[in-house]
Design a protein around this ligand. Structure first.
Ligand code: SUG
Length: 441
């Protein structure tokens, strides 16, 4: 039996804007205040989901988290009517209004850390919802994320976020990699953390080792198959605020930049050896040198943030790699992908335009949570949120009708805009949970 990787994406919300809130995230900081296009952002996300679903992978869709979060603003002392709360937040602390309206939950790679049941010695898939304590706008996501993931399946166990505040800050799957065979057999779990020595100079490391140690314990992973690996401080300082900006993995493939990790060769030797013992196969380990692609260009193109997808009905075929359009227009990054396809690591490459997400520092892999599942769990999942051509068409129509194509921070302070955003959210959520769709009958 094989493990099938379900992909969970969230629709970008109607309040998508560039708040410059991403800690250590150069794209986010650089584009702060720029006019955003929520309609294009949501349609671009849907287009990527279509690409993935067309490969035969189960593609699940979550609704946007309701924003602006007025409860959050009220808790911070902005009182009065809804109109007052929005106006006061905008006048007194616009960055808090921006945080309350952020659609950052669209980057579902940060929703949770996931391990398949087989790694814990049983068949129970485990998820720990990320606390996202490194950033104000992201720390408000976890409650809704817990509810959303809980609703998707009854056959997995979802743990609450790791407690303990900033010392236990956790960014979910963006810093976690699992290597294993395509079969439902134990694999290796690699947890990449940024705190401790050697420290970055400019940016604050978002992921703590202690949080991942707690997750490995909670998920009952066997210690000999768990690796804790340190992010290179130079990578964090160059803008790799998450490991998935400089490293990617899928089954027997591990590809990363030479400055992704602060580890010596022996760690990777142990990793390769253990992988071979566990799976009987050789780990394909590709290290991209600074000469072939500088750290700065890795961050600019998000090459290592490509989404790798196996076709469930052709599991022995090499997977497909989905890259941001920025990879296609960078000759160095493009030739690397082409060389990997020629070497048979990937079957083919698809380029997708995710410009609105990229301006906030999120590429293809940031926009999905991958969940390796045995087939019967895939079949147990909430079918009403599974991608289908008719759901896709319905969502596109709603987005075209209810989302604006130009948004400025001051718009978020208007009560009319707030009401429209609530309506847009309700339409999308209702559409996702509709039992039967005209065209599916
Ligand atoms: O947490 N950007 C997100 C991007 C997350 C990318 N995810 C992965 N690498 N897996 C972040 O920094 C920008 C928000 C703003 O600028 O308004 C933001 O939150």
């Amino acid at each position: 039996m094989n493990l099938i990787e379900a992909q969970v994406d969230r629709i970008v919300g109607p309040t998508h804007h560039f708040g410059g809130l991403g800690v250590g995230n150069l794209a986010s900081m650089e584009h702060a205040g720029q006019i955003s296009n929520p309609q294009a952002a949501a349609l671009q996300g849907l287009e990527k989901m279509r690409t993935v679903a067309t490969l035969g992978a189960p593609q699940l869709i979550l609704p946007p988290q309701p924003r602006p979060d007025l409860e959050f603003l009220r808790a911070l002392g902005f009182g009065g009517t809804d109109t007052d709360v929005l106006r006061r937040a905008y006048n007194e602390a616009p960055q808090l209004l921006s945080a309350a309206a952020s659609c950052s939950a669209m980057w579902t790679a940060n929703a949770a850390t996931v391990t398949p049941g087989v790694d814990s010695g049983d068949q129970v898939t485990r998820l720990t919802v990320a606390n996202l304590h490194a950033s104000i706008h992201r720390a408000i996501e976890s409650e809704q994320t817990w509810n959303d993931l809980q609703a998707l399946s009854k056959l997995w166990r979802i743990h609450r976020p790791v407690p303990g505040g900033a010392a236990m800050r956790d960014e979910g799957a963006a810093n976690h990699m699992r290597l294993g065979s395509p079969r439902n057999e134990p694999g290796l779990n690699i947890f990449v953390f940024g705190d401790g020595d050697p420290r970055p100079i400019t940016h604050w490391p978002r992921q703590s080792r202690s949080a991942y140690e707690a997750i490995a314990r909670r998920h009952e992973l066997s210690p000999e198959d768990v690796f804790f690996i340190k992010q290179h401080p130079a990578a964090i300082d160059a803008g790799a605020f998450h490991n998935d900006v400089v490293a990617m993995s899928h089954q027997h493939v591990l590809i990363h930049h030479e400055f992704a990790f602060s580890e010596n060769e022996s760690t990777f030797q142990r990793l390769g050896l253990r992988f071979q013992q566990l799976t009987g196969a050789k780990l394909v380990h590709v290290v991209v040198s600074e000469k072939d692609l500088s750290l700065a260009d890795a961050v600019r193109t998000y090459l290592f943030n490509s989404q790798i997808v196996s076709r469930p009905n052709a599991p022995e075929q090499p997977p497909v790699i989905i890259c941001a359009a920025q990879v296609e227009s960078h000759s160095g990054a493009r030739s690397l992908v082409q060389s990997w396809c020629e070497a048979g690591i990937f079957d083919e490459v698809h380029f997708v335009n995710l410009d609105q997400s990229m301006l906030g520092g999120g590429g293809p892999a940031c926009l999905r949570l991958r969940v390796p599942l045995p087939e019967e769990v895939v079949n147990s999942m909430d079918a009403t949120v599974m991608w289908s051509p008719s759901l896709d068409a319905e969502l596109r129509e709603l987005i075209r009708k209810h989302y604006v194509s130009e948004l400025r921070l001051e718009d978020l302070a208007r009560i009319e805009f707030y009401r429209d955003a609530c309506r847009a959210h309700d339409h999308i959520a209702a559409s996702l949970h509709k039992k039967t769709r005209e065209s599916d009958r």
